[in-house]
Design a protein around this ligand. Structure first.
Ligand code: ZN
Length: 385
């Protein structure tokens, strides 16, 4: 059983105390000063500044202490797919403790992905398993060959066999992926996910299929990634269906990517009440040098568009954890949760940011990753002093 704060008669000594920072717990309305203690890889206690003692102290002065960031849309199947990037490069080394691979891997390649990517990584790696058995291993037309692209039984079996890792299904519903397959692959994904009680993450892009027809098939807990792209159609081409979808619990995810975050679309969406539920990157080999760079940079972009840093953090912690059904373990600073933490430095001053279409905006706050703790262990972040 985890510790109970400072109420014990005997002063407790913890493995690690993160001291002097502002605790950014998304369960609260705003960050507040406090210290956080870790024992045996779990958050053991949260207390007033200066009240907790540990074998080791991590100085968080001037920093926001957030739950470990969760990137809900990444491509980390390297070298199994040409666009994969090793998980730690965009994970712990960028201050992100959990990455969810979004369909790089399908049922045919799960064993290889689990052995060679999930197992060795310091970063926690979860999966949206592609409904296409090939994932992205054979290129990017993974649903254009007809019924043979999908093995419903094998996919269901993996969802059931690896519930701790495979948290849902991924499908890309855009013209270039589907060929003549239409909506049927999405119906298959919904059937399989529904049998196991898991959500589906749907990539949307160039139509057909019409976004409204895609949205009409989604339900509570499903995720639309690339929701704020600037291509023809999009949210405002299916606005009534989008409103109805959000009302029944469909979640809008950023999924920045090389072509899928438009500041203009996102500004219009925010003004119209389509708030992003989660902020993710779609990071892969070809966009990590720009325009995406990192999850923390993507949070900075949403802050420039009007979210507070605390709201942006909530999107990539509590909300992301809820999407994958792991909010008891991840996404908050509650005692008993995994001791995955991201320490963020907010820097005030003009910061110019670029979206996927090359448009720029100037924000007033830059977030950067200063330190990370994964399962109770401090790890080095790239570029940190
Ligand atoms: Zn993607």
């Amino acid at each position: 059983m985890a510790g109970h704060g400072t109420s014990s008669v005997h002063p407790q000594r913890f493995d690690l105390v993160v001291a002097g920072g502002l605790l950014a717990d998304p369960l609260h309305a705003a960050p507040a000063p406090g210290d956080l203690a870790v024992r045996d890889g779990r958050i053991a206690a949260v207390g007033a500044p200066g009240t907790l003692a540990g074998e080791e102290t991590l100085d968080a002065s001037g920093l926001l202490v957030a739950p470990g960031l969760i990137d809900l849309h990444t491509h980390v199947y390297a070298p199994g797919t040409y666009l994969g990037v090793p998980p730690d490069e965009i994970g712990v080394r960028q201050g992100v403790t959990t990455v969810v691979d979004a369909g790089s891997c399908g049922s045919d390649h799960w064993d290889d992905f689990a052995d060679n990517v999930v197992g060795p990584a310091d970063t926690r790696v979860l999966s949206w398993l592609n409904i296409s058995r090939h994932g992205l291993v054979h290129g990017r037309r993974e649903l254009s060959h007809g019924p043979d692209d999908i093995d419903e039984a094998a996919t269901e079996k993996l969802l059931r066999a690896h519930p701790d890792r495979v948290r849902g299904l991924k499908i890309r519903m855009s013209a270039s992926v589907l060929g003549d397959s239409g909506l049927e692959p999405l119906r298959a994904a919904k059937r399989v996910a529904g049998r196991v009680g898991r959500p589906v993450m749907v990539h949307v892009g160039n139509e057909p299929p019409h976004l409204g027809d895609v949205l009409d098939l989604l339900g509570d807990g499903d995720v639309v990634t690339h929701a704020f792209h600037g291509k023809p159609g999009g949210l405002f081409g299916s606005e009534a269906q989008a409103r109805a979808a959000v009302a029944r619990g469909v979640r809008l995810d950023v999924g920045h990517g090389s072509a899928s975050l438009s500041f203009a679309t996102a500004e219009r969406a925010l003004a119209a009440g389509f708030t992003p539920h989660t902020i993710s990157t779609d990071l892969h080999h070809r966009n990590v040098e720009g325009p995406v760079h990192s999850l923390v940079e993507t949070l900075t972009k949403l802050v420039a568009l009007g979210l507070t840093p605390h709201e942006a953090i909530r999107c990539s912690t509590l909300h992301a954890a809820q999407v994958v059904g792991m909010e008891d373990e991840l996404g908050t600073l509650r005692a008993g949760s995994a001791a995955d933490l991201t320490l963020l430095r907010p820097t005030e001053g003009p910061v110019t940011l670029t979206d996927a279409d090359g448009a720029t905006r100037t924000g007033t706050t830059r977030l950067s990753a200063a330190a990370v703790v994964r399962a109770g262990r401090p790890l080095t972040v790239d570029g940190a002093p």
